[in-house]
Design a protein around this ligand. Structure first.
Ligand SMILES: *Cc1c(COP(=O)(O)O)cnc(C)c1O
Length: 375
């Protein structure tokens, strides 16, 4: 008997290219899209190491843990880095980016995370993109947590390097990722003597050995399982409709936020709803309640709920409701609120799960079907 995972036919170059084209359509981009054989950290790191070097002056926007990682890579490449750190409960504004350019006109690279699943915020990339373009800097964007949940439009926003992964709102696998690369970005890499070559991290190798040859022959054996899964996940998004998928995420976020407020005890971690990411909602526990312990109690009632405590220093105070992909549903949101409510009550705290349920339902109804993006 043939095994569905093990006895796969080789993936042809044509099929690989077709999957890349499909991802490009999802992003509405005419740029080159390079699908990479690894988790999103691969193109995230590969793009920074390719584009940045000792001559680079970078503005690194930090709205969560990934921004911190990018700053470290940039410094390792020898770049001069100006960090623009924003409290995790807010988003960065285009005005703040404009001020950073005014203070450091030599900035020629900007790194930004679109939505942060780890902190629950999302940044206004369209507005920031206008400012970055006016200044002429190269624009690098981590859209891993936003793609699928909100519009990601590299061409319209002037993003030169836009990295996505399938494992969040796209509802796909974690082992494959992609980056769209503008002509400007390719030129920057080609002029960078420190850009990785003959390396697994190298985007220039892919350009030379795959794109420039007209995508006729793959340089390496493709990761078939992940490529097929990526294709299936894009197909599923196309079938449901990208706007419908985004609306489902927006509704899940609005419902979780409203439900948590009505529940009592927990507060939205991100102060303003407009700064809250559709991909995941973060909640703050009361000062005397440990978030990890509360999540553990909630998960004991149903281990399948998409709940997690914040990572690192946030583990004590932050709850993450990861309502993305298949969990961007009313059922997942109600399940999380009910389990968190029961866990609060068990701890002797006041919580009103019935009010939470009603508020979540109303918020979902109020946003249902609305693609709030307009895209
Ligand atoms: C999830 C995510 C990634 C991918 O990293 P993992 O640690 O593998 O989950 C990258 N960037 C952002 C903003 C993410 O939310």
């Amino acid at each position: 008997m043939t095994h569905p995972f093990l006895d796969l036919a080789p993936l042809s170059a044509g099929r690989f290219a077709a999957i890349e084209d499909r991802v490009a359509r999802l992003l509405g981009t005419g740029q080159d899209v390079v699908v990479m054989q690894g988790e999103a950290l691969l193109p995230l790191e590969g793009a920074i190491r390719a584009a940045a070097g000792p001559g680079t002056v970078a503005l690194n926007v930090v709205t969560g843990p990934y921004g911190q990682t990018f700053g470290n890579w940039l410094r390792e490449c020898g770049a001069t880095v100006h960090d623009l750190a924003v409290p995790f409960h807010a988003a960065v504004t285009a005005g703040q980016v404009r001020e950073a350019f005014a203070a450091h006109p030599e900035i020629d690279f900007v790194s930004l995370v679109h939505a942060e699943a780890a902190t629950g915020n999302t940044n206004p990339v369209g507005e920031i993109g206008e400012v970055v373009r006016a200044h002429g800097a190269l624009f690098y964007l981590d859209a891993v947590a936003s793609v699928g949940a909100e519009p990601v439009l590299p061409d319209a926003w002037g993003v030169d390097l836009c990295v996505i992964g399938a494992q969040k709102a796209m509802g796909g696998p974690a082992g494959v990722s992609a980056v769209s690369v503008s002509e400007r970005a390719w030129a920057r890499m080609a002029a960078n003597p420190g850009a990785p070559r003959r390396s697994y991290l190298s985007l220039l190798d892919w350009k030379e050995r795959w794109l420039d040859g007209g995508r006729k022959a793959l340089p390496h054996a493709p990761a078939q399982l992940e490529m097929l899964a990526l294709e299936a996940c894009v197909e599923r998004i196309e079938a449901e409709g990208p706007g419908t998928v985004r609306a489902r995420h927006a509704s899940a976020a609005a419902a979780t936020r409203a439900g948590a407020v009505a529940l009592g005890g927990l507060e939205p971690y991100v102060y303003e709803a407009k700064d809250a990411a559709p991909v995941a909602t973060t909640l703050r526990t009361p000062p005397d309640v440990d978030a990890s312990a509360l999540v553990a109690r909630a998960l004991a009632s149903d281990p399948a709920l998409p709940l997690a405590a914040g990572s690192g220093a946030l583990a004590g105070e932050m709850i993450r409701v990861n309502h993305y992909g298949r969990d961007a549903t009313r059922g997942a949101v109600h399940g999380c609120l009910a389990a968190l409510g029961a866990a609060l009550v068990e701890k002797g705290l006041k919580a009103d799960p019935e009010a939470a349920r009603r508020a979540a339902e109303e918020a979902w109804d109020g946003t249902a079907g609305a693609d709030l993006s307009g895209a």
